[in-house]
Ligand binder design. Structure first.
Ligand SMILES: NC(=O)c1ccc[n+]([C@@H]2O[C@H](COP(=O)([O-])OP(=O)(O)OC[C@H]3O[C@@H](n4cnc5c(N)ncnc54)[C@H](OP(=O)(O)O)[C@@H]3O)[C@@H](O)[C@H]2O)c1
Length: 302
């Protein structure tokens, strides 16, 4: 297949490398020309454009079979609107004369606003409170609407919190003694290892049905408390101190608490996770850091 990865970064780069390894022809799009060598080293043919500026897309080659939209916006709702929502519209308009067989968009499980710890499936209400998550939901609607209207073959992957080499917010905080348990730590975290994001994207490109949504998350949502207790036991540290939380403040900020199900993805796409839970994924990550001499555990005073 002739593949285009729009936003060839933390996920896009290893995704491109894997597609190359599988024998596909892969192009990777970014804004920053300094990424050229990195892309070429992975066997990816670099393209440079900014999806918020349609005129920069006009001169690019077309005729792709698979397109993956995995650009990421920096913080701020205006940025989100430009990069995700306008970016999706620009991309669809640019691809429309020669539509791909499939366009896969890496969205986010943040579109589920549930805060009661409930089990969340693709058919569950997506009613986010956070402004950024609202933009991500509107971006999905742009893509789904183009499928309904013009049969544009969009597939949505709602991706959970990504961790892996150099990533993992709670883990990094914990190593530095900067992590805090929110209240009793009962809030659920939903995660996925980067290698499994790559695997899920490829499974969805192969088997995903246009117009459908799939949750990309591992098998085991974990409470903050269980996550920190496991990390503490593994690294020989105490779990972090708890800070009181204010439910009203939490609700206002759109902090969610839910257990996201991957059943549809596993059943329909037949994907088998390499890291089905955080213990497997973080064991690999801790070993990697340890072997590279990069595991710096700051001891805490108690
Ligand atoms: N991180 C998470 O936990 C998480 C969770 C759920 C979903 N996701 C989604 O997963 C996807 C991949 O995330 P990631 O962590 O791989 O992101 P990333 O490392 O920040 O990579 C995004 C890439 O997009 C490029 N880019 C940014 N703005 C662009 C624009 N306007 N035009 C063209 N290229 C642009 C950037 O390169 P240049 O700067 O060179 O342009 C960068 O290489 C994103 O869609 C993200 O929203 C992430």
């Amino acid at each position: 297949m002739k593949c285009l990865i729009v936003g060839c970064g933390y996920v896009g780069l290893p995704l491109g490398a894997e597609l190359v390894r599988l024998g596909h022809e892969v192009f990777g799009l970014r804004r920053n020309a300094a990424a050229q060598d990195e892309l070429r080293a992975a066997g990816i043919q670099p393209l440079f454009a900014d999806i918020t500026k349609p005129e920069t897309l006009a001169g690019l080659p077309r005729g792709f079979d698979w397109v993956v939209q995995c650009v990421a916006a920096g913080g701020g709702v205006d940025n989100y609107r430009r990069v995700y929502w306008e970016g999706a519209k620009n991309l669809i308009a640019w691809l429309a004369p020669a539509p791909p067989r499939k366009l896969l968009y890496t969205g986010s499980t943040s579109v589920y606003g549930q805060d009661d710890g409930s089990l969340v499936k693709e058919s569950s209400p997506a009613e986010p409170v956070a402004e950024t998550a609202k933009v991500l939901l509107e971006t999905e609607q742009v893509l789904l609407e183009s499928f309904r209207r013009d049969k544009f073959p969009a597939v949505i992957l709602r991706v959970a919190g990504i961790y892996g080499p150099e990533r993992g917010h709670w883990f990094k905080q914990f190593l530095k003694n900067e992590a805090r348990m929110e209240g009793d730590g009962a809030r659920f975290l939903n995660m996925i290892h980067r290698n499994d994001v790559v695997g899920c994207v490829i499974a969805a490109l192969k088997h995903g049905r246009a117009g459908e949504i799939y949750n990309a998350v591992d098998d085991e949502p974990v409470s903050q408390r269980n996550f920190f207790e496991w990390l503490g036991g593994t690294l020989g540290k105490y779990p972090p101190p708890s800070v009181p939380e204010n439910p009203d403040d939490r609700r206002r900020r759109g902090v969610t608490n839910k257990r996201v199900s991957n059943r549809k993805l596993k059943m329909e796409l037949g994907y088998q996770f390499k890291y089905p839970n955080f213990r497997k994924g973080y064991t690999a990550e801790i070993l990697r850091l340890e072997r590279a001499g990069q595991l710096h555990v700051v001891p805490e005073e108690r």
